[in-house]
Design a protein around this ligand. Structure first.
Ligand SMILES: [Zn+2]
Length: 341
């Protein structure tokens, strides 16, 4: 007991002027080989009947040493800081830069497509990704058991009544036509779904922009001129364009539009499958049945429609060879579009 009282006096008399001295104090009294540990190890030699009293004494001593350490520590930080501390804060240094994100390439191209058609007077229309059978298939002249439905197998959320993930944004065109406000000039961007095997050229979801123009006396010439304007604004003028006859249930006549391959200049490469041509969109005159399904007089009104996959346009614009890159969220890929707007 007398010994501990002596230590108390010794410790109370200690003072420190810097961090090194504080650390020396800590090691001397509180360290793993310090005074406190040494005294504690001597507890073993105390007679059993004195153990309780000695333990209490030791505990108080421990608290005393710890509080002394804290007092010295506070005294040090409360006094004038050392030169080292000042050197750590240099207010003239530039701040930590926050990393800026960039637009996704699909968004970049989608915005560009929207702005091109915007200049021709097309307004953006949007609709739900979960659709009923009528808006996705039947109203578009794709009745139940129509063989063309096979090409657009999708994911069903419910059957009888059918609720499904839309296979195209044509469903938005139906919804807009049903409103009965004519003339109608819209583009419908959005995500669509198909039950397809995922590969470098196909995915179970992708993005589309579809367009629709309905008024009196709209002709196939209007369609061609609109699309000529689009491809020139999108890709420049250093390529050829062709229309190929095609089939879609919702348009008649129907066509697919190709441009000469931008990668090989029409010579033939892997991207164009050695043909020199790349398909970029499908189009045609809106089928009279579709107009009538939406209660539009097909004798008075005509219209054209077109649709394209944004992934396809983006791959051509930026020479991306694998469609899966768009949805893998790989920063090494996405960072390459930082400067694009
Ligand atoms: Zn090519």
């Amino acid at each position: 007991m007398a010994q501990i009282e002596k230590y108390r006096k010794e410790i109370a008399a200690e003072s420190v002027t810097n961090k090194d001295e504080l650390e020396a104090f800590r090691i001397k009294y509180l360290g793993t080989k310090g005074l406190l540990k040494t005294i504690m190890s001597e507890m073993r030699t105390v007679a059993p009947d004195k153990k309780k009293e000695a333990g209490q004494l030791l505990n108080e001593f421990k608290l005393f040493v710890e509080s002394q350490f804290e007092i010295l520590q506070e005294g040090l930080s409360g006094s004038k800081p050392e030169n080292n501390d000042i050197a750590q804060i240099d207010v003239t240094l530039p701040g930590t830069a926050l990393p800026l994100g960039s637009r996704h390439p699909i968004s970049i191209v989608q915005n560009k497509i929207i702005s091109i058609f915007h200049r021709l007077g097309f307004a953006v229309a949007e609709g739900p990704e979960i659709e009923d059978d009528w808006h996705n298939f039947t109203a578009l002249n794709l009745p139940e058991n129509h063989p063309a439905r096979d090409m657009q197998d999708t994911f069903y959320i419910n059957q009888n009544p059918d609720w499904l993930l839309r296979t195209h944004t044509s469903s938005v065109q139906i919804r807009e036509m049903e409103k009965g406000v004519l003339p109608l000039r819209i583009i419908c961007p959005g995500r669509v779904y198909r039950n397809e095997t995922i590969s470098a050229r196909a995915h179970c979801f992708f993005n589309q922009v579809e367009g629709l123009y309905i008024a009196e006396n709209v002709s196939f010439a209007d369609l061609k001129q609109t699309l000529y304007f689009f491809v020139q604004e999108m890709f420049g003028s250093d390529f050829k364009v062709r229309f190929r006859p095609s089939y879609f249930p919702f348009t008649e006549p129907s066509a697919e539009m190709d441009i000469s391959c931008l990668i090989c200049g029409g010579e033939g490469c892997n991207v164009c499958k050695k043909t020199g041509w790349v398909e970029i969109l499908g189009c045609g005159m809106v089928h009279p049945t579709v107009l009538e399904n939406c209660k539009i007089d097909s004798n008075k009104y005509t219209g054209f429609a077109f649709g394209m996959g944004i992934e396809r346009i983006t791959m051509l614009s930026y020479q991306v060879k694998d469609l899966r890159l768009f949805s893998e969220n790989d920063l090494r890929f996405l960072k390459q579009f930082t400067s694009a707007i």
